[in-house]
Design a protein around this ligand. Sequence first.
Ligand code: ZN
Length: 180
Amino acid sequence: MHLRVERSESPYTGRVIINELLANNRAYVARHGHQVLPTEPQRHLAVLTCMDSRLDLFGTLGLELGEAHLIRNAGGLATDDAVRSLLLSQRLLGTRAIMVIHHTRCGLESFVEEELADAITADIGFRPPFRLGAYRDVDADVRETVAALRSSPFVDGTDVRGFVFDVDDGSLREVIPASS
Ligand code: ZN
C-alpha cells in the first residue's frame, strides 16, 4: 500500500502555518481575558474521542472551558495512554462519567491493519509495537472501546456511554452495548 510520507516538503511550510496560529493566539488572548478556572472539570466528565479535525467537541457538546477532560487519539481508542489519562482524570481530578465518541468517515476505516503494518515495516525496517487501530464497523469499534473501559481495573467504568458522531451533520447517535 502507498504511504503518504511527504519528505520533500519544506519545513518552511509548517513554519508559516504555525506562525499564523501564533498570530491567532495573540487575538485570542485579547478576547480570553484573565480567568482562573479550577483544575477539576466542573461537569465531572471525561470524553475519549478521535483526533479528527472535523470534530469540535466544545460546539458539539455545548461545553465551556473548565468543564470536561478531552482525551483524543487516532480513533478514540482505549489505548494504554488513554487509560492512563482516564485514571488520572478520575482519581486525581474527580471526573466520573465517560463519553466515548467515534465518528463516521474516520481515517481508520481507510486501511487494513496488517497491510499498513507491513508497509511501515518495509519503510522503517521494524514493525510498530502497537496496534494501529484499523476497523470496518464503527458501532462495533465503539462497543469494543466501551467494553475495554468497563473491564479495566484502572477506570471506574460504571458510567461509560458510547456514541457515533456524524461528521457531515454534526449529530451524535448513541451505541447501545450488546449486553444491555
Ligand atoms: Zn477518526
